[in-house]
Write a protein that binds this ligand. Structure first.
Ligand SMILES: Nc1nc2c(c(=O)[nH]1)N=C([C@H](O)[C@H](O)COP(=O)(O)OP(=O)(O)OP(=O)(O)O)CN2
Ligand SMILES: [Zn+2]
Length: 152
């Protein structure tokens, strides 16, 4: 059978709090989201009949392991704050009580989180697949998308 390029998508979810420093609205306060992340990769299904992964672009469980290790397990039930003096001090003062205070080098909007996720996944995903899209829902009604074709 002809081997065509196929896209695979795996969905993830994590709970995280954040605050948008300096924002001119309610989101400057610490508040939480039930994030949903969709990771889409593209590749050609394995055609090697001796390979246990025959017919797979990549094993869904490999995507799951990589995304969980590098993104979900780090952010789940964390408080995500931009890297500045006040937030670093807040982290130092509270880290014994709340173990998960994640300082990130950007304002933690869904756009910036996706940019970081794309950078990580492009390094960590196996070479046989190409990261083509990420979609991050911050609320039921609001999401951001990263597309490889927009960022060549
Ligand atoms: N472009 C962006 N705008 C906003 C972001 C963001 O990441 N990128 N983030 C926020 C807040 O963190 C939060 O997500 C609020 O979003 P919003 O859709 O306004 O959520 P609400 O709860 O206010 O929506 P309802 O109308 O109450 O359902 C803000 N903007
Ligand atoms: Zn928010």
């Amino acid at each position: 059978m002809e081997r065509q390029k196929i896209r695979l998508t795996r969905e993830f979810s994590f709970e995280a709090a954040h605050a948008l420093d300096g924002y001119d609205g309610l989101c400057r306060n610490v508040h939480g989201h039930s994030y949903k992340l969709f990771v889409t990769v593209r590749g050609v299904p394995c055609g090697d009949e001796t390979n246990p992964k025959l017919g797979m672009v990549v094993d869904f469980s490999d995507i799951k392991r990589i995304v969980k290790q590098h993104i979900v397990d780090r952010l789940d039930h964390s408080l995500v704050l931009a890297d500045n003096r006040d937030n670093r001090q807040f982290r130092e003062q509270n880290i014994n009580k709340w173990q998960r205070i994640e300082i990130v080098p950007y304002q933690p909007t869904c756009e910036n989180m996706l940019t970081e996720f794309a950078h990580i996944l492009r390094q960590e995903l196996p070479k046989c697949v190409e990261l083509v899209a990420l979609k991050l829902y911050e609320t039921e009604k609001s999401y951001a998308e990263w597309l490889a074709q927009d960022n060549c």
